[in-house]
Design a protein around this ligand. Structure first.
Ligand code: 5GP
Ligand code: ZN
Length: 140
């Protein structure tokens, strides 16, 4: 693994492959973990597969499984070293969902009581009928 498909003009392919230098926290055959250049909080990092997959839909299941195991290990390590108070795992797919770099990546965001960030959403108030309708759409 690790020497799969690259995309010519993809910045994360170049970073993951070491062509463009980055603040690397971890590297193996399949992944590179780097510090985000526009961090939401101190220590914000990104898990990048070395092969190019645009998003979660393209990601093979075994790579997805390995990415989650790596996320868990990085979260433990970073929490131990950074003494953060909480931790967000984030992953955006598509422009509408906030994705800006179209090479799959997982955000590792250490959170601190005074970090002043707000990552969340405005909760809706669906009726029982609406919940049933959406459930049927998904499972029906
Ligand atoms: P997205 O919005 O696609 O989920 O996240 C893209 C992330 O990549 C952003 O948090 C942004 O700060 C980060 N980013 C964009 N370009 C670079 C870069 O060249 N180097 C690093 N280290 N991070 C980048
Ligand atoms: Zn790529």
């Amino acid at each position: 693994m690790g020497v799969g498909m690259k995309e010519e003009n993809c910045i994360f392919c170049k970073i993951a492959g070491g062509e463009i230098p980055s603040k690397t926290l971890y590297e193996d055959e399949e992944f590179r973990v780097i510090l985000d250049l526009g961090p939401a909080a101190k220590g914000h990092a990104l898990i990048l597969p070395k092969s190019h997959y645009a998003d979660l839909y393209e990601l093979p299941e075994d790579t997805a499984a390995h990415a989650m195991i790596l996320a868990k290990r990085m979260a433990a390590r970073m929490t131990d070293r950074l003494h953060c108070d909480g931790f967000n795992l984030m992953q955006n797919n598509g422009e509408t969902a906030g994705q800006t770099v179209f090479h799959f990546h997982m955000h590792l965001i250490p959170r601190y009581q005074d970090d002043g960030q707000k990552i969340g959403w405005k909760p809706g108030e669906p009726s029982a009928e609406e919940l049933e309708e959406i459930r049927n759409k998904i499972i029906g």
